[in-house]
Write a protein that binds this ligand. Structure first.
Ligand SMILES: [Ca+2]
Ligand SMILES: [Ca+2]
Ligand SMILES: [Ca+2]
Length: 351
């Protein structure tokens, strides 16, 4: 009798867990899951060392990667920065006015050597006892967006920018949709201009929709992963109108394995074998639309420095969104919206 009761409880617990996972799966993370059998090797931490070799290469010809090398980027590790032509935008936007980016994820290793001092606020909406990143996903996102230009590790799209650590996914990468909604509101109330959400939810809820609307009405821009189900089925919050939904491409400009696509996708960005920060002063490669979204969030953060309220509605998230969606190039992939985001196009639009 006792055993039967115990089994019943166990079964109930399993059921609850399954519901949570199904309602809100984390976009990506473990390479084995997201790469569909294509294994991605985790790299040893590598330090940037400036040297003669890089300088000489920069003088040979003037290409996007040569510009990046001058900025101290290892273009082999960070191929995405070359693909995005990010240096073109860095040249246009020199000043950081203190733009804040919220990372709604599994937490951030706030003591990471390549993110130190950048997290200015944190909140934990999960059952985990800590806002720290045990799972690893959020720290990787944070590094793509804002890792410091400090001669070590990697360089983020918006290097050294201020971050909010908003933990809405637990230490196994699972997220409750209500926690996500509360995290969005918290991020807006704590002055986030950009909100990165690399989480996919199958169905909209009124609470989530309301939170996303609250962000838009208050001048914040949400960038969300299109999801990794290799499907055209919409996911949330990516699918909402005010949100920029991002599919993932590989270096060859083909859709990344498992990346969603569809009429509801706004654009694409690099999201395959992306090298970035990982908890404990380490660095790893990850793949998925999560990381594609992070690149777009970084570019959005840069743009918040220069965009002006041309339509006079009192906020600039609409202008930033318009510039980003116009700053894409067609890569001939159905269901990737405006195409591949290109910082050179973006720079031309604001220059
Ligand atoms: Ca760095
Ligand atoms: Ca959208
Ligand atoms: Ca406006």
């Amino acid at each position: 009798m006792y055993v039967r009761k115990l089994l019943k409880i166990l079964f109930a617990l399993l059921l609850v867990t399954a519901v949570v996972v199904a309602s809100c799966a984390f976009v990506t993370s473990q390479a084995s899951v997201i790469n569909n059998g294509h294994s991605v090797q985790a790299a040893q931490p590598q330090k940037y060392t400036s040297g003669v070799e890089e300088t000489e290469r920069a003088e040979d010809s003037v290409s996007a990667s040569d510009y990046l090398t001058e900025y101290g980027v290892d273009t082999d590790e960070q191929w995405a920065l070359t693909k995005l032509h990010i240096a073109e935008l860095w040249q246009e936007i020199a000043e950081d006015k203190g733009i804040v980016v919220a990372v709604l994820d599994s937490g951030i290793d706030v003591n990471h050597e390549d993110l130190a001092g950048q997290v200015i606020g944190e909140a934990n909406f999960t059952d985990s006892p800590t806002a720290d990143d045990i799972y690893g996903h959020g720290t990787h996102i944070a590094g793509i967006i804002a890792a410091e230009d400090n001669g070590i590790g990697v360089i983020g799209i918006a290097p050294g920018y201020l971050l909010l650590n908003v933990k809405v996914a637990d230490d196994r990468g699972r997220c409750d949709v209500s926690d996500l909604a509360r995290g969005i509101v918290w991020a807006v109330d704590n002055n986030a201009s950009v909100i990165n959400i690399s989480i996919e939810i199958k169905e909209s809820t009124p609470e989530l929709e309301e939170a996303v609307q609250y962000a838009w009405d208050n001048g914040a821009l949400i960038v969300a992963a299109a999801g990794n189900r290799c499907s055209q089925e919409p996911v949330y919050p990516a699918c909402y109108n005010s949100t920029i939904s991002v599919a993932a491409i590989k270096e060859d400009e083909k859709l990344a394995p498992l990346s969603n696509w569809g009429a509801w996708v706004d654009l694409a960005a690099p999201g395959y074998k992306i090298y970035s920060t990982f908890p404990g002063d380490t660095y790893e490669y990850e793949s998925g639309t999560s990381f594609a979204a992070a690149h777009v969030s970084g570019i959005a953060a840069l743009l918040f420095n220069t965009a002006t309220d041309t339509n006079g509605d009192g906020r600039i998230n609409d202008e930033v969104k318009t510039i980003i969606e116009a700053g894409c190039i067609d890569i001939g992939i159905t269901g990737t919206g405006s195409g591949l985001l290109d910082a050179a196009c973006v720079a031309a639009l604001i220059g």
